[in-house]
Write a protein that binds this ligand. Structure first.
Ligand code: NAP
Ligand code: GLV
Length: 309
């Protein structure tokens, strides 16, 4: 069986080692591919160039090294008869939990005010609420959202979740669909976006959403940059509707030096590092998918191409 690996350059060697150690008998080629594309059975990819997957006429499986698959499905030539599996990995989940807990604490502890005081050598106590007095709303209560909800609950936060279909999670106030959105947003003092990027969710963090949040809310975006309408966030910050934002993903990455988000005193910027896939833990999920393919078994974590996630 032949696998084509397309990943960030600094991870190639680690992926090759992990594949070699965990998937015996697999022949691994790296991108750019030299040889006959018709010989490739499996593609393990991050941000494949348009047309790459369609060029492999005997491809039987595509595996995303990320949890999101928008970087693959944005290619209109994606061969839709080929199953797509996304990354579900305990390391990735733990990374996101740590990021969301950290970002929520930054917001509810009003650390933007304390850091500004620090910069000006101002010794001033800021009144901050306890977690038990804060309501966090998580948009997208899937693998990552659910793990974050559980960690935040453990710290005493009041947690709500919003999803496409109805959900029941212990201790979490759940809402779903467009009909549940207004009530969810009205209550979300901290809004966390952990949605996949699909035509339905693109631009969801925009003016209409911000206007429904309580005055002085916090916004954390660790989903995708295209969820956020950056100008609408800047306007909401200006009006005080949103007091603080923690952003990990952007419409353009790397965030260009002249983007005003860099310098906004109430915005924390991180460079798409909320949850990073590490080959050494993610390899188990890759090995399982290849094993399932080899044995003709149903694939775990298969993406619904109609829903786009
Ligand atoms: P997942 O398990 O597929 O969960 C997605 C959740 O979003 C589900 O609860 C789903 O609802 C909900 N959803 C999807 N479309 C919706 C809609 N139109 N309206 C309301 N809810 C909707 O995905 P995941 O593994 O948690 O990952 C989520 C996303 O996180 C990824 O797609 C990726 O974009 C992002 N991510 C970012 C980083 C980073 O470093 N910044 C790292 C990893 C992942 P249902 O439960 O009803 O299906
Ligand atoms: C990272 O952004 C991922 O989708 O895993």
């Amino acid at each position: 069986m032949k696998l084509l690996l397309k990943n960030e350059r600094h991870l190639i060697e680690r992926w090759c080692n992990a594949l070699h150690n965990r998937v015996p008998g697999l022949e691994v080629s790296t991108f750019p591919f030299v040889g006959d594309p018709a010989e490739v059975d499996v593609a393990l990819v991050w941000e494949p160039p348009q047309g790459l997957l369609a060029s492999m006429e005997n491809l039987r499986l595509v595996i995303s090294t990320g949890a999101g698959v928008d970087h693959i499905l944005r290619d209109p030539s994606y061969p839709r008869h080929v199953p797509l599996v996304r990354m579900v990995d305990p390391g990735l989940t733990q990374g996101m939990v740590e990021y969301v807990v950290m970002a929520t604490l930054l917001c509810t502890r009003r650390m933007h005010r304390t850091f500004a005081n620090h910069a000006n050598k101002v010794w001033q106590e800021e009144e901050v609420p306890l977690a038990t007095d804060c309501k966090v709303g998580i948009m997208g209560i899937g693998v990552l959202g659910e793990a974050c909800a559980s960690a935040l609950l453990g710290m005493g936060y009041n947690v709500m979740g919003w999803s496409r279909s109805p959900k029941q999670l212990d201790g979490v106030e759940t809402y779903h669909g467009i009909n549940g959105l207004e009530m969810f947003l009205n209550r979300a003092e901290v809004l966390v976006c952990l949605l996949p990027l699909t035509p339905e969710t693109e631009g969801i963090l925009g003016r209409g959403t911000f206007n429904r949040l309580p005055q002085g809310a916090a916004v954390i975006n660790a989903g995708r940059g295209a969820h956020l309408v950056e100008e609408d966030l800047l306007a909401a910050l200006e009006r005080g509707r949103v007091e603080v934002a923690v952003l990990d993903v952007f419409q353009e990455e790397p965030l260009p030096p002249d983007n005003p988000l860099w310098e906004h005193p109430n915005v924390f910027v991180t460079p798409h590092i909320a949850a990073v896939t590490t080959p050494e833990t993610a390899i188990f999920s890759v090995a399982d998918a290849i094993d399932e393919l080899r044995h003709g078994q149903p694939l775990s974590n298969q993406v619904d191409l109609e829903q786009g996630y």
